[in-house]
Design a protein around this ligand. Structure first.
Ligand code: ADP
Ligand code: MG
Ligand code: MG
Length: 359
C-alpha cells in the first residue's frame, strides 16, 4: 500500500498548513493507520491515511475525535490538534482513501515494550488524567464506531456461534478451554447491565490503551497527551482499566507458549491502580472502584473467548503466524483470569486502600 509522493503532496495541498512542504516520510510504529511526518519550512505535522477496513465510518470517527479534542483544548488540556482543510473540513478523500493532519506534538517520548511497575504506573496516571479531564464531557454525544466493542455478552454469543459451527472440527480438542468460558457466563453481563441501568456512568473510553499511544514530555516525563483516538467511544472506564490490566499486569506476552512464564502480577496491578485512581480521585464512583479489580478479569476473559472463537472459526480475524497461535493466546488469557480470580480479594483490598489514601 505505497502511496506516491505525488498523491501525498496533492493531499497536503488541501490542508491549511503553515510554510512550504519540504518532506513527507513514513513515521512511527503504529499498525492501524499509515502515518507520515510532514516537515514544512515553518513546522512539523503528522499526516495519516486512515484504515477504512477497520473503521469504515470515517465521518463519525472524525466527529468523535473532533468532539473530544475540542473539549480538551478548550480547557487547556494537552491533546491532538486537527489541522483543517482550506474549506474547513477535518479530512479529505483521495482515491477513496481518507487523510487527516495533526499538529506534530513536539518534545515527547513514548514506551513500546512491556512496562516496569514505574512506567505502568505512569500509564495509569496518564489514563486517569484523560478520564478526569473528560469527566464532564457528555459521552452520549459520541458514536459507537465499532458496534458492541466491549459488549462481553455479545462476544460470548459470538463465541457460542463459533462453537456451534465448529467448521474445522477443532472444538473436540479444546473442551477444557471451552468449558472455562462457558462456566463463567453469569459474570459477563455485569458491566453492560449496570451501564444500561445507570448504576455505572457512561464515559469516554479510549479502547486502544497501548503504551505507545501515550506521549510523555521528553524532559519531565509527565504525560502530555493521549493520542490515537480512532477508537474513542461511549462506554465504561472499566473497559480501558481492565484492558490495561490484561496486557500490562501480565508477566509475559499475550502469545507466550510457556504458561509457567505467564502470571498476573499484583505489583503491576498496584502500580497501575495507584497511578489511575490517584489522578482521577473523587471523579471515580464507589461502584466503579468496586469493579476495578474485576474489570481485569472481565476484559481478559472477553479477549480470551475472542481468541478461542477465532481458533474455532479457522483464524479469520486475528493475524496468526502458526496454526495454533489463537489457541496459545486463549490459553494465556485463561491462565491470567485464573490467577486474577485467585487474587481478587487482595486486588480489591488494594483498590480500597488506594481509594482511602486519595480521598
Ligand atoms: P495507529 O493507529 O496506527 O497506532 P497512531 O495515531 O497511534 O496510529 O500514530 C502512529 C504513531 O505516530 C504514534 O505511535 C506516534 O509515535 C506518532 N504520532 C501520531 N500522532 C502524533 C502527533 N500528533 N504528534 C507526534 N507524534 C504522533
Ligand atoms: Mg497507535
Ligand atoms: Mg489506532
Amino acid at each position: 500500500s505505497e502511496i506516491s509522493q505525488e498523491t501525498l503532496r496533492s493531499v497536503l495541498a488541501q490542508f491549511a498548513l503553515e510554510g512550504d512542504v519540504l518532506s513527507v516520510e513514513p513515521y512511527g510504529s503504529g499498525h492501524i493507520n499509515v502515518t507520515y511526518l510532514v516537515v514544512t519550512s515553518a513546522r512539523r505535522y503528522i499526516l495519516q491515511c486512515m484504515n477504512t477496513s477497520i473503521f469504515p465510518d470515517t465521518e463519525n470517527l472524525m466527529r468523535n475525535i473532533e468532539l473530544v479534542t475540542s473539549f480538551l483544548a478548550e480547557r487547556g488540556k494537552g491533546t491532538l490538534s486537527l489541522v483543517r482543510t482550506h474549506d474547513g473540513r477535518t479530512y479529505v478523500e483521495d482515491g477513496g482513501e481518507p487523510f487527516r493532519v495533526y499538529d506534530f506534538i513536539e518534545d515527547t517520548m513514548s514506551y513500546d515494550q512491556s512496562p516496569s511497575p514505574e512506567v505502568f504506573g505512569m500509564a495509569g496516571e496518564a489514563f486517569g488524567v484523560f478520564q478526569k479531564d473528560l469527566a464532564q464531557f457528555d459521552a452520549g454525544l459520541l458514536s459507537e464506531t465499532i458496534a458492541h466493542f466491549h459488549d462481553t455478552p455479545a462476544r460470548f454469543e459470538q463465541f457460542r456461534a463459533a462453537l456451534e459451527a465448529d467448521p474445522l472440527g477443532r472444538a473436540a480438542g479444546v473442551q477444557e478451554e471451552i468449558d472455562f468460558f462457558l462456566a463463567r457466563r453469569e459474570r459477563y453481563g455485569i458491566v453492560m447491565d449496570e451501564l444500561a441501568s445507570g448504576a455505572l456512568p457512561l464515559r469516554v473510553t479510549h479502547n486502544d490503551t497501548k503504551l505507545n499511544n501515550i506521549l510523555f514530555d521528553a524532559s519531565t516525563h509527565e504525560p502530555r497527551a493521549i493520542i490515537d483516538l480512532d477508537t474513542v467511544m461511549p462506554g465504561s472506564l472499566l473497559f480501558d482499566f481492565g484492558d490495561c490490566i490484561r496486557f500490562g499486569a501480565s508477566t509475559a506476552l499475550e502469545d507466550e507458549k510457556d504458561l509457567s512464564l505467564v502470571h498476573f502480577s499484583l505489583e503491576l496491578f498496584e502500580a497501575y491502580t495507584r497511578g489511575f485512581v490517584g489522578a482521577l480521585r473523587a471523579d471515580i464512583t464507589e461502584r466503579e472502584a468496586e469493579l476495578l479489580a474485576f474489570s481485569g478479569q472481565l476484559m481478559t476473559a472477553e479477549c480470551g473467548m475472542r481468541f478461542l472463537a477465532d481458533y474455532l472459526a479457522g483464524d479469520v480475524y486475528f493475524a496468526t503466524k502458526y496454526p495454533e497461535h489463537n489457541l496459545v493466546r486463549a490459553r494465556t488469557q485463561i491462565q491470567l483470569v485464573r490467577e486474577m480470580e485467585e487474587q481478587q480479594e487482595a486486588a480489591d483490598a488494594l483498590v480500597r486502600a488506594v481509594m482511602e489514601e486519595t480521598a
